[in-house]
Design a protein around this ligand. Structure first.
Ligand code: GDP
Ligand code: CO
Length: 392
C-alpha cells in the first residue's frame, strides 16, 4: 500500500492527532520517503495476523453480514457480537447459520455471541463491571455495549490490535480495504497506544435514477466543528484537525482499547476523542505507561465510498444529539461552546430546552475489569458463545 505520510499533526499533551492521510495506491512494495510510505504485503500480513475484527450487528440484512464476513483479510480473528431479534423470528439463529456456513466453506476462524446471553450478564457482574448491565442483569442494548463485549473477548485472544467494522456495508470489499488501512496505520504508529479512524470522501446516494457521490455527512461536519472548537478554546488557536468525529469504523491497539472509556448511544466515536483529551491532555491520568509512551490518532481517507443502510432521519437526529451532548457535557467545554451547541440544536429544531440534552452514560475502560474471573464465569454460563476455530 502506498500511503501519504501525515503532513501535519497537532499535539495536545501526550495526544497527537495527525492530519488526514490519503491512499495513493492500494498495493505497493516497501518504500520510504519523507512524504510517502510504501507498505508491502508481508508487512501488512504481519499485523493482520495479530488483529481481531469485531462486527457489531443488530437486525441487518443477512446478505450484508455475509458479504462483510467474506471480505475480512486472511489472518484476522473475527468476532460477531449480535443484538439481533430472538424468539419466533430468530434472526440471531440465521446469523449463526451464516457464520457457520462461512466457516465451513472458508475455514476462517470466527466467534459469535449474542449480546443478551445470560452468561455475559453473570460474567460482567462477577468481574465488577456492572455499568454495562440493565436492572435484570443482562447487557444493555446498544452498539457501545456490543463493542465492549467484543473487546473483552478480543482481549482474551491475546492479539495486539482490535478493530471494528459495521455489518450494514453494501460494498463488501470496502471492508477488506478498511482492515488493511487499520493495519497500515498501526505500522506507521510510533507508540503502542494508537487509534486509526477512517474518513470517507463520498457517501453515494441514489438520486432519481443514478448514483450521486455526495460529500460525506452533515452530522460529521457539525460534530467535527464542535470537537475542534473544544480544543481551540484551550489552545487559543483555531483548528480543523479533527475530521473523523463520527468515524464509526476505527481500530485501536489492544493497549489503547483496554484503557478507553465508551459512551453509550450514538456518541461512542466522538467520545473517544473527548475522553483522550480529557484524560491525557487536561487530566492527570492514572494510566502512566500511556502518558509516557504518548497516544497517536491517525485519520485515513478510504478509496472506497461508504454505502451503508439508510436508517432514516430519526437515526441521524439521535446521532447528532448524542455527539453534541458528549461535547456539551465535556469537562473541556466552556460557556461559549455550550451556548453555540444549544443554538445549533435549536436551529435544527432538535431541542427546545437545555435540560433536554441528556448526559450519555459512560462505560469505564475494560482495564478495570477482573478479566480472569470474567472469562472463567463466561465459559461456564454462556449459552450462545460459539467459536469456530481453524480446524473443524
Ligand atoms: P451508523 O452506521 O453509525 O449510522 O449506525 P448503524 O445503525 O449502522 O450501526 C452500526 C453497526 O452497529 C451496525 O452493524 C449495526 O447493526 C450495529 N448495531 C447497532 N445497534 C447495536 C446493538 O445494540 N448491539 C450490537 N451488537 N450492534 C449494534
Ligand atoms: Co450504518
Amino acid at each position: 500500500m502506498l500511503i501519504e505520510l501525515p503532513k501535519h499533526a497537532e499535539i495536545f499533551g501526550c495526544v497527537k492527532i495527525h492530519e488526514i492521510q490519503k491512499i495513493l495506491k492500494f498495493e505497493s512494495e516497501t518504500f520510504e520517503s519523507p512524504l510517502l510510505r510504501g507498505i508491502s504485503r508481508n508487512e501488512l500480513d504481519e499485523v493482520l495476523n495479530r488483529t481481531v475484527v469485531i462486527i457489531p450487528v443488530k437486525n441487518e440484512k443477512l446478505h450484508l453480514l455475509d458479504g462483510v464476513l467474506r471480505s475480512i483479510p486472511s489472518g484476522c480473528e473475527v468476532i460477531v457480537v449480535s443484538n439481533s431479534q430472538r424468539g419466533e423470528n430468530d434472526i440471531f439463529r440465521m446469523e449463526k447459520d451464516i457464520v457457520h456456513n462461512f466457516h465451513r466453506v472458508t475455514r476462517h476462524p470466527v466467534t459469535i455471541v449474542h449480546q443478551k446471553d445470560p452468561g455475559l450478564g453473570v460474567a460482567f457482574k462477577e468481574a465488577n463491571y456492572e455499568e454495562i448491565l440493565d436492572n435484570s442483569g443482562f447487557v444493555r442494548d446498544g452498539k457501545a455495549e456490543g463493542m465492549v463485549v467484543g473487546l473483552t473477548l478480543a482481549k482474551n485472544m491475546g492479539r495486539d490490535y482490535v478493530c471494528f467494522v459495521d455489518a450494514d456495508n453494501y460494498i463488501p470489499c470496502s471492508v477488506n480495504e478498511y482492515v488493511k488501512l487499520y493495519a497500515a496505520g498501526f505500522i506507521l504508529s510510533q507508540t503502542p497506544y494508537s487509534m486509526i479512524r477512517l474518513h470517507w470522501r463520498y457517501k453515494p446516494k441514489v438520486m432519481e435514477d443514478r448514483l450521486y457521490f455526495k460529500k460525506w455527512g452533515r452530522v460529521s461536519e457539525i460534530t467535527n466543528k464542535y470537537l475542534n472548537m473544544l480544543v481551540s478554546v484551550h489552545t487559543g488557536f483555531e483548528t480543523n484537525i479533527i475530521k473523523t468525529g463520527n468515524a464509526g469504523e476505527h481500530g485501536m491497539t489492544m493497549k489503547l482499547a483496554e484503557i478507553m472509556a465508551h459512551s453509550t448511544g450514538y456518541s461512542v466515536e466522538p467520545y473517544q476523542l473527548v475522553y483522550l483529551l480529557e484524560e491525557f491532555w487536561k487530566g492527570d491520568s492514572k494510566y502512566k505507561e500511556a502518558t509516557n509512551s504518548g497516544i497517536e490518532v491517525y485519520q485515513i481517507e478510504t478509496l472506497n465510498p461508504h454505502v451503508h443502510e439508510d436508517k432514516g432521519d430519526e437515526h441521524i437526529k439521535e446521532m447528532l444529539l448524542g455527539s453534541l451532548s458528549t461535547i456539551y457535557h465535556s469537562k473541556l467545554a466552556n460557556e461559549t461552546i455550550r451556548k453555540e451547541i444549544m443554538n445549533e440544536l435549536k436551529k435544527n429544531e432538535m431541542i427546545k430546552k437545555e435540560k433536554e440534552l441528556k448526559k450519555n452514560r459512560i462505560l469505564p475502560p475494560i482495564a478495570e475489569m477482573d478479566m480472569k474471573k470474567f472469562i472463567e464465569v463466561l465459559l461456564n454460563h454462556a449459552e450462545t458463545l460459539t467459536t469456530y476455530s481453524q480446524e473443524i
